[in-house]
Design a protein around this ligand. Structure first.
Ligand code: MD3
Ligand code: FE
Length: 220
């Protein structure tokens, strides 16, 4: 039987993002964000003009190697007093920039594809890694409703993501993440320890020697 070019295109369209189940509650959607690439880059650019990337400090006084900013009604911040979500950017004294509509669409579509319907993120933390930057193992538990998933979008140079178990002692598995990959974490995976290994030196044609990760959450 003849397979028309259109049928082939349909097939490609369905498989443009490859789906992998990592563990119960966690799904990788490979290349899922590529069709949003232009909107994501433009959105990051406009957010950073209003709310530049900055290196925050942990409550213990350490400067984070990852530079961060936020958009949306709530932004994740850390300083000597602790971790929290705040409607105000401490650098500008102004509310965080609005979450671009394309960001919300991507986060909702990815959450649905992973089986989480009606995800309405109010916080988008934007992490910027240069070679050498890393994020040590931690849990995300500053959000009010832990039934809501987290959607993570990787852009730029590759990284190796670590995901462990429900205690810090569980030996983490490694997951390489590339430009355009999306991971959705929810249900039983929501409180898993996770982190990012120190980035290797590399260059991305659009982002240079940087990795940008967006994490979408329902914080409030
Ligand atoms: C697994 N960021 O900002 S996102 C963070 O690549 C953070 O910048 C990493 O961890 C980054 O807090 C990883 C992926 C992620 C986010 C939340 C999770 C993985 C998760 C919650 C539970 C388990
Ligand atoms: Fe995290």
């Amino acid at each position: 039987m003849w397979v028309s070019d259109l049928d082939l295109l349909d097939g490609i369209d369905e498989q443009r993002s490859w789906r992998e189940d990592l563990c119960d509650g966690a799904v990788v959607l490979r290349a899922y964000a590529l069709e949003y690439e232009a909107d994501l880059l433009a959105g990051i650019e406009s957010v950073r003009q209003a709310a530049p990337f900055r290196h925050m400090h942990t409550p213990g006084g350490f400067r984070m190697s990852v530079a961060m900013t936020n958009c949306g009604a709530c932004g994740w911040v850390t300083d000597r007093t602790g971790y929290r979500y705040d409607a105000i950017d401490p650098l500008s004294g102004q509310p965080w920039p609005q979450m671009p509509a394309s960001f919300v669409r991507l986060a909702q579509a990815a959450a649905s594809a992973a089986g989480f319907t009606d995800f309405l993120p109010d916080a988008c933390l934007i992490n910027c890694y240069e070679p050498g930057a890393r994020m040590s193992l931690h849990q995300d538990r500053d959000e009010q409703d832990l039934q809501q998933p987290i959607v993570s979008v990787s852009l730029g140079i590759p990284a190796v993501f670590q995901f462990g178990g429900d205690t810090r002692a569980d030996k983490p598995q490694r997951l390489p993440l590339q430009h355009g990959d999306v991971v959705v974490w929810g249900g039983p995976a929501r409180l898993r320890y996770h982190g990012v290994l120190a980035l290797r030196e590399a260059m991305h044609p659009l982002l240079g020697r940087r990795r940008i990760n967006l994490t979408f959450r329902k914080a409030g």
